[in-house]
Every structure is written in structure tokens, then in C-alpha cells.
Write a protein that binds this ligand. Sequence first.
Ligand SMILES: Cc1ncc(C[n+]2csc(CCOP(=O)(O)OP(=O)(O)O)c2C)c(N)n1
Ligand SMILES: [Mg+2]
Length: 342
Amino acid sequence: MAKSPKASASPAPVNDDIGEDKRLEMYRLQVTIREAEQRANDLFFQNLIKGTSHLSLGQEAIAAGVAAAMKKGDLSFCTYRGHAHTLARGVPVEKVLGELMGRDNGLMRGKGGSMHLTSVEHGVMGSYAIIGAHLPIACGAAWKAQYKKTGEVTVCFFGDGTTNIGAFHEALNFAVIWKLPVVFVCENNLYMEYTPISEVTSVEHPAADRASANGLERIIVDGNDADAVYRIMRTAFDKARAGDGPSLIEALTYRHSGHSRADPAKYRPEGELEEWKKRDPIKIYKERLKSFGVTEDQMAKIDAEVMKIVDDATEACKAAPTTSSDILFTDVYADGGWAWRN
Ligand SMILES: Cc1ncc(C[n+]2csc(CCOP(=O)(O)OP(=O)(O)O)c2C)c(N)n1
Ligand SMILES: [Mg+2]
């Protein structure tokens, strides 16, 4: 059975380098992702969401820790498991649920669905269903930032299985030789679709153990601890903004549900999920907040606010019209070509 990191919240450091405001932001983000995704799951079972979807339940600390370290204008690229990263960048819950439900109030007016969430306004540069396809594209976005000296950093999320695709290696090499301001974040949840990554990979840590092949530092972080993720990202962003090139980060985590809506995840060894649930990122973070003097009441207030947002969003989406076929061909291609190339 794959091992989980030790079950205990880290003791409070003497010098708090993160601060209460940032911690409360990360707590709110994690709870928002958890509640919105749980709601999405319920809506599936009510047949109000069609198609499939891939939840990040259990992986929320990565989305929250990374987003909390990002600045407005920074760009993120994610996979089909992208609800969490989209919400973490500030896209409203209603827009995400509306998109999943195929409603006109959705992020792309219901035309993209769960696997294609995109919001250029929020720096969410797309969710990609083809494994590895977005890594070279993220390099392109980072190259644009470098060329135009915008100071923006690009983050590219992907899974452990993606490290066995050629595009992963090509993108890393390219990013290093051009010193691109890009941070690659591998969410190692121990499984690809149904196959344990350890059964099909030559190294123990699929991303980190390959970093040295590209002259990069081997970085592994506890992906269920938002503070740890936030700290490591801060360092990677500083490096990228200073012009010192990319970083590759492997964040260890575990998905609580199956690969997708259709997967009951029966292939996992008995007890593994329960073991990881002891290290639920939200549970860890509540303990962390308590150790810094945040009260149960403060947390309960945030929980209630988030729940109201999710409930209101659900009602608004149910009331919204379904997407009309009249808009089938709108917003599909970039207009003209020349305008956006120049
Ligand atoms: C090029 C390509 N091959 C195969 C698939 C089918 N597929 C979808 S998800 C997945 C597993 C990916 O695992 P991982 O990278 O660990 O991401 P996770 O789903 O665990 O987040 C595969 C093989 C695909 N989408 N694209
Ligand atoms: Mg995986």
C-alpha cells in the first residue's frame, strides 16, 4: 500500500511567515472547493449535470496554496480535474456550477462543461483533457511573459501519470534552456485513471526524481498542507520573477473519490482511503488555524458563508435557462487572426 505522510499537523513556527489573513484566505478557498465539488457530485446524482467530471476532493490544499501565492495577471493551466484551480483563482461558484450544468449562466455559457473551464479574465488559461498537452502551451504563455517583460508567472498543473508522457519531458527541457517563468506542479495522487503510478514508473517520485535530468532541484511537498504548498510556491515564484527560470514541484496527495464520476475506485487497497482521510487537508488546516489562535466560531462563520454561496449558486443555476443552440458557433474561434497575433 502506498504510504501517506505522517499524520500530524506541524507545530506552529515561532516566526509566523504567513499571517492570519493569508491563512484565512487559504481556509476559505479550501472549503469553497470542497463544498462546490460536493455539490457538483450531488447534482450529478440528480441528473442535473450531464457528461463526466473529475473531482479534486482531498486535493484542495494544492489549489489553495498555489493560488494564494499567485498575483493577479499570473496564469494557470490545468487538466480536466480543474474545478479546484478555477475556483481558487476567483471564478465564482455560480459560473462553475452553471458551466457543469450546461446553463446559460455558466463560465462559457454552458458550451464547455466540466473539462473545459477557462477564464482569461481570471488568468485561468484553460483546462486540458489531453494528458500532457498543456505543458508546452504553458511554456508558450511563459515565453510571452518573458518576451514582453510583463513579470507574470505561469503555473501548470498535471498529474503523476502525465510524467510518463513525452510532452512532460519536452516542456521541461524547453523551459530550462529558455529560463522560462513557469512553475510545473505535479499533483501526485498515487493513481492515474485506475493504475497505481508506482506500477508503471521507473522512479519512486515520478516528477521530482526526474528533475535532475533537466538540471532542476528535486522538490517534494506535502500536498495536503496548504501552508507547505504556499511556502514552496512563494519560493518558486520569486525565482521565476527574478528571471532564474522554472521549477518543478511534486505535491503528494490523494483523491478521495474515483478518477471520474463513473469510477467507484474499487482497485484501491482496503484502508488506503481511510488512512489518507486522517490527513484530510481541511482537517489539517483547522488544526493549524487553531494553533494560531483562530477560534471555532471564526471558522464556522466562514463555513456558513461558503455554504450560502454554494446554495445560492445552485438555485441560480437551476433557475437559469439551458444553453441555446443559437450560440453554438459564437466564441468558438478567435476572430480575424491578425488582431490577436500582433
Ligand atoms: C494523451 C492521453 N492519453 C490518455 C488519456 C486518458 N486519460 C485520461 S485521465 C488519465 C490518467 C491521468 O493520470 P494523472 O496524470 O495521474 O492525473 P489524475 O487524473 O490523477 O489527476 C488518462 C490516461 C488522455 N486523456 N490523454
Ligand atoms: Mg494521478
